[in-house]
Design a protein around this ligand. Structure first.
Ligand code: ADP
Ligand code: ZN
Ligand code: ZN
Length: 754
């Protein structure tokens, strides 16, 4: 039991760097934990104040006699902060980080923003007039104005910020509309619940759908268990369009009726204008949204509202998990399989596990939703650890599943077709264009890009800081997509000075150009890393496509997520195999997910949809299963492979990455780390508490896939073990041991659970 506690008085991000140490009196030793609220004497006058324990230790940082003592455990309810500190402590232990790093992840940066007035735009013209205005704006190509008017079809009032950020309307564009009396700008004083405005304009209870039987059964079951006090995680396995979002909203409402708050995590890319509108309509000003583009101050503002109980629903990416709600009842994770739920910086936490831990602290339910659940999650559902619901039908009447066909591109080549479009895809594109329907062409990954290589000596032009080729852009720049290093396209080979430099491969730019060439009558939009890197870029492209400003959208994974384009009746996947051979044990799973999601974009209303999957390996189980939309078939094959090679979830897998700017130091540090780990493991396996059958494998060390990145040389050692806790023990031991070595501080050492 710890003798001393580190305590912060004022709970804020900035204060965690300098906690105060206190002695724990004998009588309290068994009661003090990280996150615990305690009363302590503070300052010169020793006034009693409430503090939070953020660390425990057995060593006094200086003279123990001079340390003050904790007076008592603070009486009163457990605050949100107390819970969040507990979460931080758990994250530190689980993922390996300092308590400081963990605290900074969960606590908001305190930063005052100038209190912005909440403003709303109100539509003053009637529906019929609105339609005329929309047509007029479309004719005159007033894109922003058209978007605004279309939004007013759904809602009479729109938050001003939303119009600026999501609809991309400038204040200047609104000015003439205000002058002509078509819209009005109101401040908070005139605030009205936007849901009320919407309901009124619809003349009935809005578009609030009546849940179908399948949806209702899920909602009733989860609510019933929650009301009985059962704390659990559930998986809703439902195809795209099966009505999961409606289920989420119903669950949130159930919580709301009991004064409980909800957090909905959704991948940032799906947080579109459509989604925002849907939740605003239903929950009015009780819902708030965060995204990664918010400033620290804006985020703090949102979190304050949550802390004060002004809002009850928070929607956002993984960091929304740390919203300081006091009465959290529900955490939902939409698209639970998404990779963005894992943090890329220390602590490298996974939002799914962290959500479950936080929910456990306050008895909240966790609901995971996906059309293609992660293998981990589905395994737990199969074993009854998670509640499981499967929905196989689309919710909208008459909405049909698309028909999917697989085209073997090897055959196409044999038959003399060298184009990137198979005969089948080309004729379908023509057919849809003639019918004025929309088409999505999906290129599996951005990295499928052109680079320059020398036809004389064979050298490819690489980034001097990273082990990757530079990507050729249309404006003749060569760009490193990892570190953003850029140069002008050279005329001569840097290695042999030959002038025969030529591009290899085809990226989205190239595809878009080919589409324009093959279908000159089509209007083409492109969506990828480059066209969306500007703020709001991706939203602008999506809303343009959604407004039928183009016939064909060419893009990378970004286009297959979340967005609902009713007029899309054809999805072409140009090269399904591209993500199949990535150096990652999850590449099969990712491929299946991407293909299934892409296919789900087609035919979302009554018109029949088609999906064409072009591939060089039509017999691969991931492609076969995606074509037949058969998750179980995919899962069974995938699990066989994971078991055979001892990959998660069959086994726990931890990676140790050592990197440094000096190749020799990287090598030495890795050797040492590896020796320490092996030695420790052998002792442990021979030890009294563990049997010899404790299976553990070391793989590597190997060079990282990109060995040199940002001028750092990187080596990786993989450790596999059926027992997760063993890996944590090894990690903790290694961290301790490595501190004594000379290279400590010169090489960076990073652990990551894969
Ligand atoms: P998911 O989140 O699973 O993709 P959504 O909840 O977005 O599905 O529903 C897909 C579409 O079906 C939406 O347009 C939604 O309004 C509609 N929808 C959902 N449930 C119902 C229902 N019970 N009755 C009618 N339409 C529904
Ligand atoms: Zn050369
Ligand atoms: Zn680089």
């Amino acid at each position: 039991m710890a003798e001393f506690a580190d305590i912060i008085i004022d709970i804020s991000h900035e204060k965690v760097d300098r906690p105060f140490q206190y002695r724990i009196p004998e009588s309290l030793k068994s009661q003090v934990y990280a996150g615990c609220q305690v009363d302590v004497p503070f300052g010169k006058g020793n006034r009693i104040r409430k503090g939070y324990v953020v660390g425990l230790s057995n060593q006094a940082c200086y003279d123990r006699e001079k340390l003050k003592e904790i007076v008592r455990i603070h009486k009163g309810s457990v605050s949100a902060e107390s819970q969040l500190i507990q979460v931080a402590w758990w994250m530190k232990e689980r993922y390996g980080s300092t308590m400081n790093q963990a605290l900074k992840t969960v606590l908001p940066v305190k930063q005052k923003v100038k209190q912005k007035e909440k403003r709303w735009i109100t539509c003053l013209i009637r529906k019929e007039e609105l339609r005329i205005q929309i047509a007029e704006a479309a004719k005159r190509k007033y894109k922003a104005r058209e978007r605004l008017f279309r939004a007013f079809l759904e809602m009479e009032q729109i938050p001003y910020e939303m119009a600026l950020q999501q609809l991309h309307i400038t204040a200047a564009a609104m000015k003439p509309l205000i002058d002509q009396g078509m819209i009005r700008l109101d401040t908070l004083a005139d605030y009205r619940n936007p849901a009320a405005g919407f309901l009124k304009s619809q003349g009935k209870t809005g578009s609030l759908v009546t849940l179908n039987q399948e949806q209702q059964a899920v909602v009733s079951d989860i609510c019933l268990q929650y009301d009985k006090g059962i704390q659990k995680t559930y998986l809703i396995h439902g195809i795209t369009g099966s009505g999961k979002t409606e289920i989420y909203m119903e669950l949130i409402e159930h919580m709301q009726s009991q004064g409980k708050e909800s957090i909905l995590l959704i991948p940032e890319i799906s947080l579109t204008y459509q989604t925002v509108m849907r939740f605003c309509r239903r929950f009015g000003n009780k819902v708030s949204f965060i995204n990664s583009k918010l400033s620290a101050g804006e985020r703090y503002d949102q979190f304050e509202q949550a802390r004060k109980g002004e809002i009850q629903i928070m929607i956002g990416p993984r960091s929304a998990l740390f919203t300081p709600f006091r009465n959290l009842g529900l955490i939902i994770m939409d698209e639970e399989h998404e990779t963005a739920y894992k943090s890329e910086i220390t602590p490298r936490y996974h939002a799914r596990e962290t959500a479950q831990y936080r929910a456990g602290l306050c008895g909240a339910s966790v609901v995971l939703g996906s059309a293609t659940p992660s293998v981990e999650t589905y395994t737990k559902a199969l074993h009854g650890i998670y509640g499981y619901y499967k929905i196989t039908r689309r919710a909208k009447k008459n909405s049909m599943l698309p028909s999917v066909m697989v085209v073997d591109m090897r055959k196409e080549l044999k038959e003399g077709n060298r184009s990137i479009f198979s005969g089948r895809l080309e004729s379908l594109i023509k057919e849809k264009l003639a019918k004025k329907e929309q088409i999505i062409l999906f290129l599996n990954r951005r990295g499928y890009s052109s680079f320059l290589s020398c036809r004389n000596c064979g050298a490819a032009i690489k980034c001097p800081h990273c082990d990757v080729t530079l990507t050729l852009h249309q404006d003749d720049r060569l760009v490193c997509h990892y570190c953003n290093y850029q140069i002008r396209r050279p005329r001569l080979c840097p290695a042999c000075s030959s002038p025969y430099l030529a591009p290899f491969g085809a990226g989205t730019q190239k595809v878009a150009a080919l589409v324009r060439e093959t279908f000159p009558e089509a209007r083409v939009l492109r969506m990828d890393y480059d066209t969306t890197s500007k703020k709001g870029g991706h939203e602008a492209i999506l809303s343009a496509f959604s407004g039928h400003e183009a016939d064909i959208l060419v893009g990378t994974q970004m286009i297959v997520k979340g967005h609902d384009f009713p007029a899309v009746t054809l999805v072409g996947i140009l090269a399904a195999d591209l993500s199949l051979y990535a150096p990652d044990y999850r590449c099969g799973e990712r491929t299946f997910q991407l293909l299934t999601q892409a296919a789900g974009r087609a035919g979302r209303d009554e018109r029949s949809g088609h999906v064409v999957i072009q591939t060089y390996s039509p017999e691969h189980y991931c492609i076969e299963a995606a074509a037949t939309q058969n998750y179980e078939q995919f899962y069974q094959k995938e699990m066989e492979y994971r078991k055979l090679l001892s990959y998660p979830p069959a086994c726990a897998l931890m990676a140790l990455m050592v990197s440094s700017p000096n190749e020799e130091i990287t090598g030495k540090a890795m050797e040492t780390a590896w020796r320490i780990a092996e030695h420790f493991y052998r002792n442990m396996a021979a030890g009294p508490h563990l049997s010899g059958s404790l299976n553990m494998q070391f793989i590597g060390p190997v060079n990282a896939v990109i060995y040199k990145l940002n001028d750092m040389y990187r080596k990786i050692l993989y450790m596999k073990c059926e027992n997760y806790d063993i890996l944590i023990k090894i990690r903790n031991h290694m961290e301790e041991e490595l501190k004594g070595h000379s290279f400590y501080g010169q090489a960076s050492i990073l652990f990551d659970f894969m």
